[in-house]
Design a protein around this ligand. Sequence first.
Ligand code: SF4
Length: 359
Amino acid sequence: MAFTHRKDTRPVKVGNVVIGGRDEVVIQSMTTTKTHDIEATVEEIHRLEEAGCQVVRVACPDERAANAIPEIKKRINIPLVVDIHFNYKLALKAIEGGADKIRINPGNIGKRERVEAVVNAAKEKGIPIRIGVNAGSLERHILEKYGYPTADGMVESALHHIKILEDLDFHDIIVSLKASDVRLAIEAYEKAAEVIPYPLHLGITESGTLFAGSIKSAAGMGAILSKGIGSTMRISLSADPVQEVKVARELLKTFGLASNAATLISCPTCGRIEIDLIKIANEVEEYISTIKAPIKVAVLGCAVNGPGEAREADIGIAGARGEGLLFRHGEIIRKVPEEIMVEELKKEVDQIAKEYLEK
Ligand code: SF4
């Protein structure tokens, strides 16, 4: 079945990155450092950039964090989103300081003049606002109506915040509807995609550690992506945020939605194995993790079913007795001694990626 991703959302610019209006899903992550610690925050953002993060978010819980925004912004290369809880003064400061987007729920800001001040400042700078609905913190009137967090309640909450912005003629909006219950999140995003014309930011909250959280996020976001929904995403893990980016890229590759990442094909191993495949697969996976071209690299335990099994690979290696067979698109190109086969594979990978990026 051909996979079609939803493109009919409003395109919204976050710095130099467009979210929505096309079938690419932009990868986001969030820093874990104290935002006022500029050195640590910038260092973490650089690691995220290197891993393939396209938009980064920092928390802004206080004045010190807001004061750090201009310097952080100056020293990073990807768009910066500032996460505000409800304090409109911090929102104004973040916007003034160069934020490329802010995350704030207009319904939580308070008095009308305050909402207007934030919206006008965002309008003036041409930056969007992300509305973040969370099943765990729905407005009281919605909880009273539905009794407990439901998908309809979450969409109603989003529409409530959207209306506040639209009434002020503000339309550069991105919406998330996060829940830690995977089925609730799937239903909420499906319902939202029917009625909300703005790009949707996908997320499953409190998903857990690297292992459990990756599986839970892949199950939830995979189901949502498979319906063609989502213009940007963050995988939330109790782990180094670089892992969030790696998991997001892997998930998007599965759906053919990442145009800037290489894929590893590795055999499941069996009794015919001729090389230390698990070690080699991990080493090659690590090596290709920073390649920004959508090439496919295979590592196979033997040559019996090897090259033929990985015909779609741009380059691959199959173990043979004491040596490795390098192959391209299923055709063997040369034999190399086992000790240097991984190095030879890496050289070929670099060359193919270079050719692809120069195309
Ligand atoms: Fe087994 Fe060879 Fe297939 Fe790997 S490539 S699973 S070692 S037959």
